[in-house]
Design a protein around this ligand. Structure first.
Ligand code: G6P
Length: 613
């Protein structure tokens, strides 16, 4: 939520910042702004509501020369998305400028106190309060700029990743984080700070992931990391794994389409090196360490939000099917505030593409505080969730830029398949033969996904039929149910068509009232355990003149008698169905959104990484 990028060094800062902001736009795109500080101490601030491209248009005739600067792309929390609320914000005296990702929860109390002491605010944001507070601490305590930032942060409740500069020193930059991510890039006589590594990767591969409660100070090209309670830290410099191609569109019109087409590779990367068909074993080093505890596990909880929650639902079916562990899936935002019953015998798995979702992180911290063993299934390496978990599995899908999650979902499901099988093996709830069969099947999935992608033209034609629909229903049973939920979410988030996913049999308890000849009903109707029952549900839809789009199994001739449109996908093990059946649903929503001229990669009001609760 909100993207930040800063540069200090010998190059022109503005092009680096703007390019970086474009890469971070997935985090929010209500407004954008930059602060540029020249060597002769001129501080130029430009900001504009709208996208980074609107900011570029705004600055087209402005002086943007500077070697120090910072920029922000916003997802509004406090204050409407307009020019005045766009970041950067200035202190009262104009000496300090700040960009911020997160929420200062006690901003209202701080603001009232500052107003009483004569401060005037130009925006409605919590961020402006923080920079005024820093100015006050600086003046009242006769301390250094760095010390003022540190002291002010001790008064702040909430989450933040901030960068602050001081007009009187263009060789100086401070960053700090608590609850929101921050990466520091170390180049040759230059430094970068950003919300993730994508703005940095083309300049340097050496980075530091700042820990919660740490500040980074760059002073005359010298970098120091210290904690908010003033302990100097020796930072761990890591080499970045991502490459430039993975964060560019590579010939596709949209990141979403590129990411849909990457799935044969991303699924393979999720299980590559972890499966050994010959001796029917799975290697998941982190989890293996918990073998004894897993053998006696009584209950498993899975937490997540959005698409990750849908992957969690698939996980519930997997862990119950294979490992015979009672499993509950929870919306992280509900779980964390519900006083859940949880103790040291419980295992909690958090699923998160970004590894930064505030609610998921908080749910996990709560479980940890109650003694549970916590695992993570995350995509972004080095993000907050993997850093606090006891063990887990990276999904290795590579950077996902499109706001609507596609390849991250199938990679999460792949990781959960492996995890559930690995736990089943430890608990002795699966035979070696069956495990081998499943591992052999998993190896076929990338080519089956490849086959499913060949349906693109056919799906585009179906999309043309339904592009003007106002509602849509997605139905499935068993593993088909989470697929239906995810399909509906994809359609509503990028095309703004109201869509609902439902267990097919539940339809008759409500949604059936919505069905008429206008209503497209997408049904997961593959030849698996509930096939006959799903066909009955299709009949119920057809009897009310609903138009059925069936996701079927290749070779099923019978289904043609029941559905208006048939999308045949390759036969697979039922547990792996989400990996294949999701593909046509992703394509369907993509084409409908493009035909409706929606912004596919950056749908309105959404952000990819939700770092506020
Ligand atoms: C946002 C994104 C979704 C994502 C959800 C959870 O709403 O738009 O695509 O599923 O957050 O994000 P996470 O990074 O935790 O998977």
């Amino acid at each position: 939520m909100c993207g930040i990028v800063a540069y200090i060094g010998h190059r022109e800062a503005y092009p680096i910042i703007v390019k970086g902001l474009k890469r971070l736009e997935y985090r929010g795109y209500d407004s954008a702004g930059v602060a540029l500080l020249t060597p002769d101490k001129a501080l130029n601030i430009y900001k504009k509501s709208g996208k980074v491209s609107d900011l570029e248009a705004e600055t087209a005739d402005k002086d943007v020369h500077a070697n120090t600067g910072m920029g922000h792309t916003r997802w509004a929390t406090h204050g409407a998305p307009n020019d005045k609320n766009a970041h950067p914000h200035l202190s009262q005296n104009g000496e300090f400028a700040i960009i911020h990702n997160g929420i200062i929860e006690n901003y209202s109390t701080l603001k009232q106190a500052l107003i009483k002491r004569g401060h005037e605010f130009k925006s409605d944001t919590d961020t402006e309060v923080l920079i005024h507070l820093i100015e006050e601490v600086f003046k009242n305590n006769s301390v250094s700029f760095e010390e003022a930032v540190r002291m002010a942060l001790t008064q702040v409740v909430g989450a933040y990743a901030i960068v602050i500069l001081s007009k009187s020193d263009p060789t100086y930059l401070i960053g700090a984080r608590k609850g929101s991510p921050m990466v520091v890039g170390i180049g040759e006589n230059e430094h970068f700070i950003a919300s993730d590594a994508t703005p940095i990767v083309e300049y340097t591969r050496n980075v530091i992931y700042l820990n919660d409660g740490e500040l980074v100070i760059i002073d005359n090209n010298k970098l120091t990391v210290k904690t908010i309670d003033n302990t100097i830290k020796s930072p761990y410099i890591q080499e970045l794994e991502i490459n430039l191609e993975s964060i560019e569109k590579g010939g596709f019109d949209h990141f979403m389409m590129k990411e849909i087409y990457e799935q044969p590779r991303s699924i393979l990367d999720s299980f590559r090196g972890r499966t050994h068909v010959n001796d029917a074993t799975i290697a998941m080093a982190g989890i293996d360490k918990f073998e004894d505890k897993l053998k006696n596990i009584k209950r498993l909880l899975i937490v997540g939000c959005g698409t990750s929650w849908h992957a969690g639902l698939v996980g519930e079916y997997l862990f119950e099917d294979f490992a015979r562990i009672p499993t509950e899936v929870e919306y992280a935002s509900e779980f964390r505030y519900r006083n859940p019953v949880i103790d040291e015998n419980d295992f909690v798995i958090a699923i998160s593409q970004s590894g930064e979702t505030a609610d998921t992180l908080a749910a996990l911290e709560l479980a940890k505080s109650k003694g549970a063993t916590i695992f993570g299934v995350c995509n972004v390496v080095g993000s907050s969730i993997p850093r606090i978990t006891d063990a887990g599995a990276y999904t290795h899908a590579g950077p996902e830029i499109g706001v609507a999650s596609t390849k991250a979902f199938t990679a999460q499901v792949t990781a959960l398949i492996l995890m559930s099988l690995s736990v089943a093996q430890k608990r002795g709830t699966i035979s070696k033969e069956r495990l081998r069969e499943l591992l052999i099947e998993l190896e076929t999935i990338p080519s089956k996904v490849e086959e499913a992608l060949k349906l693109n033209d056919m799906i585009k034609e179906i999309a043309a039929e339904f592009k003007d629909s106002r509602n849509a229903l997605y139905l499935g049973r068993g593993y088909g149910f989470p697929i239906a939920l995810e399909g509906a979410l994809k359609l509503k988030e990028i095309s703004y068509i109201h869509a609902e996913g439902y267990p097919a049999a539940e339809m008759k308890h409500g949604p059936i009232a919505l069905i008429d000849e206008e209503m497209p009903v997408v049904v997961i109707a593959t030849q698996h355990s509930n096939y006959e029952k799903v066909i009955s549900n299709i009949q119920e839809v057809r009897a009310r003149k609903g138009r059925v789009i069936a996701i079927s199994t290749i070779g099923d001739e019978h289904i043609k008698d029941h559905a208006d449109y048939v999308i045949p996908i390759p036969q697979c093990e039922e547990a792996m169905l989400p990996l294949i059946a999701s593909i046509p649903l992703q394509l369907l929503s993509y084409h409908i959104a493009v035909m409706r001229e929606c912004n596919v990669d950056q749908p309105r009001n959404l952000a990819k990484s939700v770092t506020v609760e």
